[in-house]
Design a protein around this ligand. Sequence first.
Ligand code: FMN
Length: 229
Amino acid sequence: MYFPNDQAKAVGQIVASRHSCRAFLPAQVPAAQIRDIFTLAQQTPSWCNTQPWQVNFLSGSATAEFSRLLKVHTERDPAGNPDLNFPAHYPGEFGKRRKASGKALFEAVGLARDDLDGRTRQSALNYEFFGAPHVAIISVPKTLNDYALVDAGGYVSTLMLIATSFGLGTIAQASIARYSPVVRNYFTLDEEQRIVCAVSFGYADESNSANSFRTERSSIDDVAIGLPQ
Ligand SMILES: Cc1cc2nc3c(=O)[nH]c(=O)nc-3n(C[C@H](O)[C@H](O)[C@H](O)COP(=O)(O)O)c2cc1C
């Protein structure tokens, strides 16, 4: 790849190096740095500049308390009650890509194909935020309809890239949105807020095998039609 200048190269490196972090160190990120990251993320473009995302933030002992609450609900009601519909099935290529990323994760953490208990335990780590000391819950108002969700997606991506450039690990977690009514209740959000996902962040535990694999991407020609050669 040819980068026309240093800025493009730096952005390219951030984009290429970001990956989902599934094991964090307990150390907290300095508050001023967190403020800077979220201040920059506010530059995300949105429909008519509505900036519809709302962020509810947890750190330290509040993160642990929220994790305990979610765990009670995961045991009581594994399917949960998400505001946004989770996919019912993954046809064709989508299923293949999903399977490949799951396989890469389970292999990295040493879980065999038939180790269903192990896989359940690995998935349950979502509700411990993979040990992250900080969690941002992203929601958007129902009234602004579907493009607010597009805006939230852009916000989540921008946020994760900025945090990567600050040397942090991040992961978006729709799993937390399974328990949307619980999240709303915990943060006393009104019914108008739709829970999109969490973004957990902190310092990556690079020694943990859950962080040792990278997912692959399809060729650009599989998804973009008519690109110049
Ligand atoms: C909106 C969204 C929700 C996600 N939810 C989860 C989740 O609940 N648990 C999880 O382990 N990974 C979750 N992920 C991470 C994806 O699995 C990951 O981004 C994808 O496999 C590509 O891998 P990469 O992020 O390492 O490049 C989510 C990603 C996005 C964008």
